[in-house]
Design a protein around this ligand. Structure first.
Ligand SMILES: NC(=O)c1ccc[n+]([C@@H]2O[C@H](COP(=O)([O-])OP(=O)(O)OC[C@H]3O[C@@H](n4cnc5c(N)ncnc54)[C@H](O)[C@@H]3O)[C@@H](O)[C@H]2O)c1
Ligand SMILES: [Zn+2]
Ligand SMILES: [Zn+2]
Length: 440
């Protein structure tokens, strides 16, 4: 698939953008450690050139915290098109400003900052409304444009389908348009509380706000990874009366019950999820949110169709949500999908008047200041409740495998570099992935 997609992209040629993915290496030839993609389930920590200021609005960030996201697993499984060998991955990172380009006046070397996973221009129609993930001017992928009619913003470390920008699972990152795409962090907010402003805090918040969870709603959440757990917490803060989480990983089900007190359904025990939901909630759910993952079809029918390349994505969760919500209920899709799914229950969707909402890639800039100031700094939302592990960047390739197979109760991980501070009080101390099963 990668070869065909790369050939199609080459044939179509890049679209015009205001920023460009290729970076100049540092003049002194210095190198850094970084995680790069080489093939399906083949990612390696390599030596790569430290980036230099390449365009005048660039900022170079010395990374003090990075992590792995469920979205990285789609790359790991080769489910996202136009990956190239040697691509540096990672789209959630924070650090200290190392260098700034000549146009940068609002951000200074030495400042602590978090980067948004998307690279926005700050000026287009979408950016003016802070809808940064939908920026029109930073993603050169003509292939995405051909498939979707339009294209998202460029993202860090997320294939050439989203612009081919080197990512944040590295010791240094070049941040194009740094004044737009970096948020300064106050000294009293530790890295462990700031890092997740990059992606999963705004993403989960967007899922809840954009799908429209209201006071008193009964909400179903498919997938209890980091996004699902945060979405459940936001739904509680928005006044949901009842939350039902669906997953099959025993540690994740237990974690959700313990940390959030929500009800759970284990889909390895209840194969008919809508039936179980109607036993619990006879009226049906008011809101359903897909926080799962499209590369794990659960029925033989869709496993086979995917294997035979008859579909790229599975509609199973979508159908379960459509059937489980009440008439005129709302279904939000924050889980990433890539292409086509067969057998969508369009009849139920239409006849029940279900509001099906593709939430899109979350517009981080719309929410990150609000979340930092109104929730993190006030203590209303402590993002560290999902933090289970801390590992060094050197372990990143092992971490992909452990996170993919959900070893040792892993939820969210803080990945440190040689520039990181010591772990904050109450947060996990450093461990090595090879020791995980024995220390948990
Ligand atoms: N839209 C955005 O901006 C955005 C941003 C970040 C992540 N995401 C997406 O959100 C999703 C979740 O991310 P994460 O980091 O929590 O991932 P994760 O892989 O850690 O968690 C996904 C969970 O879904 C569960 N699951 C799989 N199939 C399921 C099914 N049929 N029913 C119920 N649960 C199922 C898995 O067991 C797992 O616990 C991913 O698809 C990711 O790509 C989207
Ligand atoms: Zn992500
Ligand atoms: Zn823009």
């Amino acid at each position: 698939m990668q070869a065909a997609a790369n050939a199609a992209q080459d044939y179509l040629g890049p679209l015009d953008t205001t920023v460009h993915p290729e970076y100049k290496p540092a003049e002194d030839g210095s190198t850094m450690r970084a995680l790069a993609w080489f093939g399906n389930k083949d990612v390696r920590v390599i030596d790569a050139p430290v980036p230099a200021i390449t365009e005048p609005d660039d900022v170079i960030v010395k990374v003090t915290g990075t992590t792995i996201c469920g979205s990285d697993l789609h790359l790991y499984h080769g489910e996202i098109m136009t990956m190239q060998k040697g691509d540096i991955l990672g789209h959630e990172f924070m650090g200290i400003v190392d260098k700034v380009g000549p146009n940068v006046t609002n951000i200074h070397p030495g400042q602590r900052v978090v980067a948004s996973f998307q690279i926005a221009c700050g000026k287009c129609e979408y950016c003016k409304k802070k809808l940064s993930s939908f920026c029109d001017r930073t993603n050169n992928s003509s292939l995405q444009n051909a498939m979707y009619g339009q294209r998202d913003a460029g993202f860090f470390g997320y294939s050439h389908f989203t612009g081919g920008f080197p990512g944040g699972q590295a010791e240094f990152v070049r941040v194009p348009l740094g004044e737009v795409n970096l948020l300064p962090i106050p000294d009293n907010v530790p890295d462990e509380k700031a890092l997740y402003l990059s992606d999963i805090l705004p993403t989960s918040y967007h899922a809840v706000v954009d799908t429209g969870v209201e006071e008193g709603d009964v909400v179903g959440i498919w997938g209890l990874g980091p996004i699902g757990l945060y979405a459940a917490k936001w739904a509680q803060l928005k006044g949901a009366s009842r939350i039902i989480g669906i997953d099959k990983v025993p540690e994740r089900l237990a974690f959700a019950q313990e940390k959030l007190g929500i009800e759970v359904i284990d889909f390895s025990k209840y194969s008919d999820i809508p039936k179980r939901i109607y036993e619990l909630v006879p009226r049906g759910l008011d809101v359903a949110i897909d926080c799962g993952t499209f590369h794990e079809p659960k029925t033989v029918m869709h496993k086979v169709q995917k294997l035979m390349m008859l579909e790229t994505d599975s509609p199973e969760t979508l159908n379960e949500m459509i059937v489980s919500v009440r008439k005129q209920g709302k279904c939000g899709i924050i889980a990433a999908y890539a292409g086509f799914a067969n057998g969508v229950n369009v009849g139920a969707l239409m006849e029940k008047g279900v509001r099906l909402i593709g939430n899109g890639q979350a517009p981080v800039h719309l929410y990150w200041k609000e979340i930092l100031h109104d929730y993190i700094m006030t203590g209303k939302f402590d993002p560290t409740f999902i933090l289970t592990h801390r590992v060094p960047l050197e372990d990143m390739s092992k971490l992909y495998s452990a996170f993919d197979t959900r070893q040792s109760g892993v939820e969210k991980v803080f990945v440190e570099t040689k520039f990181s501070s010591k772990p904050s009080a109450g947060c996990p101390s450093v461990s090595r992935v090879s020791e995980w099963s024995s220390i948990n």
